[in-house]
Design a protein around this ligand. Structure first.
Ligand SMILES: [Zn+2]
Length: 438
């Protein structure tokens, strides 16, 4: 007779590791892996890798040589740790990004101090997502101690770079090399800060493009002799705001995107640059202009970077066509209007089915640990799941982790210690069920 494993003992053991969980989160947050430019990646990858090596994991450091952002001063260093069970079985992989965005201003706490106060750890990356990374590590360590030697399959934990800038030198790089494909990996949980009782199934699609308008340079005192690319861009942006945005706001998705404001199509004008490069001029103490002064010219070139997020009900080709059509119409109707479009990147929406094993196992674990049913959500923005699904061809992937999504990238970002513990319990239970195909 097979004795049912005592899962309560596992959960209690994880609760008893609270201070270890706090310590690991603090250790990771104190390594300032700011992206851009990609500082201290190697130090962070090594802190994670060496800890797991001591726990019997086989550890591989994989630098994305020559990939975007990689340089001698800022090596794009990823770490993948794997521990095999005694028997054949599936592989459960926890993937976290180790990069964080810049601290910015407005902090009451040291952004890289990881101060613990009133049950919360404050600092850049506590929530997004070193807290989630720490929870997955402690969950797996506790699981291994509890399970002993006799368990099937394999557990992998990875720390990857550059998620905040598209993940091309992190998960994207590894996915191209088979790290996120069967038979190596079967199930993936990404501990992004979605909340302890929410399972994120996927994300909206994205199309980034740079639109350029062209004009004719002339002396700024006689603008009528030239043709301003900035005014052409302004005509385009006016139509974006007056015509396209209201239309996008009408397009509602059936997917459970959170926050609900993102359950429509959206567009953000990420940046606009026109005319001369930015000058650094100022007035000196005598009120006289100093520094680099502008010279009078009509702008012959203007660019705008568009960030178009689209819903599962839309097709990428239609998303592009809609904007090109607007530009073509301006070209027909506005004298002198000339444009170009350069695509930067695109990802189609992804959604893991609710019947997928990783969804089912995590849902059961949430109801066991928290005593309530999970909610299912989709993310307004993409994250590394896009590479795992598209390049790795692996559909069994979700994001699940501690922290409040709205706090990500904000000043005084924090993660609650209770959330760390509960999410670690959920991750351990979910992994156990997936390993045993239970
Ligand atoms: Zn993140």
């Amino acid at each position: 007779m097979k004795v049912a494993p005592d899962l309560s003992a596992l959960l209690m053991d994880i609760a008893a590791r609270e201070s270890e969980l706090i310590g690991l989160t603090q250790e990771l947050v104190r390594i300032p892996t700011v992206n851009p430019p990609g500082d201290a990646y190697e130090a962070c990858a090594c802190a994670l890798g060496e800890r797991l090596r001591r726990r019997g994991f086989a550890v591989e450091y994989i630098r994305a040589l020559g990939a975007p952002g990689d340089s001698a001063s800022h090596p794009r260093m990823n770490v993948v740790a794997r521990r095999e069970g005694r028997h054949d079985g599936p592989c459960v992989h926890f993937n976290s990004h180790i990069d964080v965005v810049e601290a910015g201003s407005g902090w009451a706490f040291d952004p890289f101090g990881a101060e613990l106060r009133d049950g919360r750890i404050y600092g850049r990356g506590t929530c997004d997502m070193k807290g989630g990374l720490a929870a997955s590590v402690v969950a797996c360590e506790a699981l291994l101690d509890w399970a002993g030697d006799d368990w099937p399959g394999a557990i992998e934990i990875s720390g990857t770079v550059d998620e905040e800038s598209g993940g091309f030198s992190g998960v994207g790089y590894l996915a191209k090399r088979g790290h996120f494909s069967q038979p190596r990996v079967d199930h993936v949980i990404i501990p992004e800060p979605l909340g302890v009782d929410r399972i994120c199934l996927g994300h909206r699609g994205v199309w980034w493009a740079e639109v350029e308008t062209r004009g004719r340079i002339a002396h700024g005192s006689m603008p009528f002799l030239g043709d301003s690319a900035i005014l052409h861009m302004s005509a385009f942006l006016r139509r974006i705001e007056d015509e396209l945005m209201p239309r996008l706001a009408q397009r509602r998705t059936a997917e459970p995107v959170e926050p609900p404001g993102a359950r429509v199509s959206t567009l953000n004008v990420n940046s606009v640059h026109g005319g001369q490069v930015e000058q650094r001029y100022a007035l000196n103490a005598n009120g006289e202009p100093s520094g680099d002064l502008p010279t009078p010219v009509v702008a012959h070139r203007c660019t705008a970077v568009l960030d178009r997020r689209f819903i599962a009900e839309e097709q990428l080709e239609d998303v592009k066509r809609e904007i090109i059509d607007m530009l073509d119409e301006l070209q027909r109707t506005r004298p002198g209007f000339d444009y170009g479009v350069r695509e930067i990147m695109s990802f189609v929406p992804s959604a893991t089915p609710r019947e997928a094993p990783v969804v089912q196992a995590t849902a059961r674990a949430i109801s066991r640990v928290l005593g309530r049913e999970p909610s299912y959500i989709a993310s307004p923005g993409t994250y590394d799941q896009k590479h795992i699904v598209r390049t790795g061809g692996l559909r069994d992937c979700i994001a699940y982790g501690p922290g409040i999504l709205d706090l990500a990238h904000q000043p005084d970002e924090y993660v609650a210690v209770d959330d760390l513990v509960q999410s670690a319990q959920v991750m351990a239970l979910a992994a156990w069920r997936l390993l045993n195909a239970d």
